[in-house]
Design a protein around this ligand. Structure first.
Ligand SMILES: Cc1cc2nc3c(=O)[nH]c(=O)nc-3n(C[C@H](O)[C@H](O)[C@H](O)COP(=O)(O)OP(=O)(O)OC[C@H]3O[C@@H](n4cnc5c(N)ncnc54)[C@H](O)[C@@H]3O)c2cc1C
Length: 409
């Protein structure tokens, strides 16, 4: 569980049977908002004085249908559990850099090393079932969005902004074939980073570049080997020969080379931004990040990034709440402090906001994979995440969650 959420003085966890969920949401529970926990990896799956609806025990359905290659999952499963369930059929979904996250990853538009070739996991959703914040159940199919404007609007809201509107309990997802992967993970110098960024922007969609900057800078490149043959992209990149992995769960841990020390326990908040190609500006951006990196308030503070593009841009910006379809980079900032160090927390959050401002010119969007309704930056993050779609989303919220039982929008 996320350490900050774990240490929160929560009112308690609600573990409801699926048939009682409507009653739980319709109940005049206080205080609000009701928090929701799926994989429980974000800081906001539990909070001081608030109730958490925990999906992990009662929402664990898994059914794969070979005829359609569709999988039905309960939203209490982690991405690792979904991939393990699909593995006997040699099928998969494009998960993120870890199997730990739960359905929050799917619903908030989470991306990973295979997103450039297979798209966002969210784009694989064919059916979505759950309960709106007002207690009314819903069960929407992708096929229905072309014939019904109201369903289309709800569908768009749920894909990328579900945590504001309802609790999703079950999903049908299209799956992809499992392909072997090549991975290159190595420390690089800060001077070398802009070149890696510029080169990777020319890579075919089968390859993606991720980096993480802490005490050291780690380069992490992954290539999908569609025909099972040798690496075409990464073998031409300077450095060590790429390692071969049978699937996403076998990839080495991202970020493990960023420090020589095993980190002491820490609390953190994470903010992800979204932007287009960095191209010739890569040098300037990296140069601007040097100064905040030299005055990190805690050794676990980091700046990282992952690459999108390709298939993630092939979906219309107006069809989901993930509107930044032209994004090529998601740089994200980890603001860390020692548990209980309130001054350290303020310093880390100030640092996060400063880095966010540095990145903003080239990366104006926000990826709302972590909710920050407890932080002053929430309002601006909503604007940067949803842009001109925000007023319509807020209108949906007034209809579907009029008492603001779930996270405020
Ligand atoms: C180790 C690690 C690696 C990660 N790697 C990546 C990555 O590569 N790419 C990427 O994009 N992100 C990545 N993330 C971020 C992660 O995907 C998001 O923070 C995601 O929202 C976490 O989902 P969760 O279910 O695990 O967390 P939770 O804390 O349980 O939920 C996160 C949010 O989603 C809401 N939510 C969860 N389930 C539901 C539901 N069923 N219905 C309605 N609302 C719900 C909750 O209200 C909560 O606010 C990573 C996170 C971690 C910890």
């Amino acid at each position: 569980m996320n350490p900050l959420a774990k240490d929160a003085k929560s009112q308690g966890r609600l573990i409801a049977e699926p048939e009682l969920l409507s009653a739980v949401l319709a109940h005049p529970l206080h205080p609000l908002p009701l928090l929701v926990s799926s994989g429980a990896t974000s800081s906001r799956c539990a909070g001081d004085g608030l109730w958490t609806l925990d999906l992990r025990q009662r929402f664990r359905k898994f059914r794969y249908r070979e005829t359609s290659s569709l999988v039905t999952i309960g939203t209490g499963l982690t991405m690792a559990e979904v991939l393990e369930g699909l593995s006997p059929y040699q099928r998969a979904l494009p998960i993120g850099l870890s199997g730990l996250p739960g359905s929050g990853f799917l619903l908030t538009g989470g991306m990973g090393p295979l997103s450039r070739v297979h798209g966002l996991a969210m784009d694989h959703i064919q059916r979505i079932q759950g309960v709106w914040g007002n207690g009314e159940p819903f069960n929407l199919h992708r096929d229905d969005i072309t014939t019904d404007a109201r369903i289309a609007s709800c569908w768009r809201g749920l894909l990328g902004a579900a945590p504001f509107l309802g609790v999703v309990t079950e999903l049908d997802l299209e799956t992809d074939p499992v392909v072997p992967l090549a991975v290159l993970q190595q420390r690089i110098s800060v001077e070398a980073l802009p070149n890696w960024i510029r080169s990777s922007e020319r890579w075919p969609n089968s390859a993606s570049f991720q980096w993480s900057w802490g005490d050291h800078l780690e380069a992490y490149a992954v290539e999908a080997l569609a025909d099972g043959g040798p690496s075409a992209v990464l073998r031409s990149v300077a450095g060590n020969a790429p390692e071969r992995c049978v699937d996403q769960l076998s990839l080495p841990g991202f970020g493990r080379l960023t420090s020589d020390q095993h980190p002491a326990p820490f609390h953190c908040e994470v903010l992800g931004r979204l932007g287009e190609h960095w191209g010739d500006q890569a040098e300037a951006v990296v140069a601007c990040l040097r100064e905040p990196m030299m005055r990190r308030p805690h050794s676990a503070c980091r700046i990282s990034a992952q690459q999108l593009g390709g298939a993630t841009g092939a979906v219309s910006a107006a069809s989901t709440s993930f509107i930044h379809r032209d994004a090529v980079w998601k740089p994200w900032i980890t603001a860390a402090w020692a548990p209980g160090d309130l001054v350290g927390r303020e310093r880390a959050l100030d640092w996060m906001n400063h880095v966010s401002e540095v990145l903003m010119a080239l990366n104006p969007g926000v990826h709302l994979a972590q909710l920050h309704d407890h932080l002053p930056s929430h309002g601006q993050e909503l604007k940067d995440a949803f842009g001109s779609w925000l007023p319509s989303l807020q209108q949906l919220k007034t209809e579907l969650d009029p008492d603001q039982r779930l996270c405020r929008l």
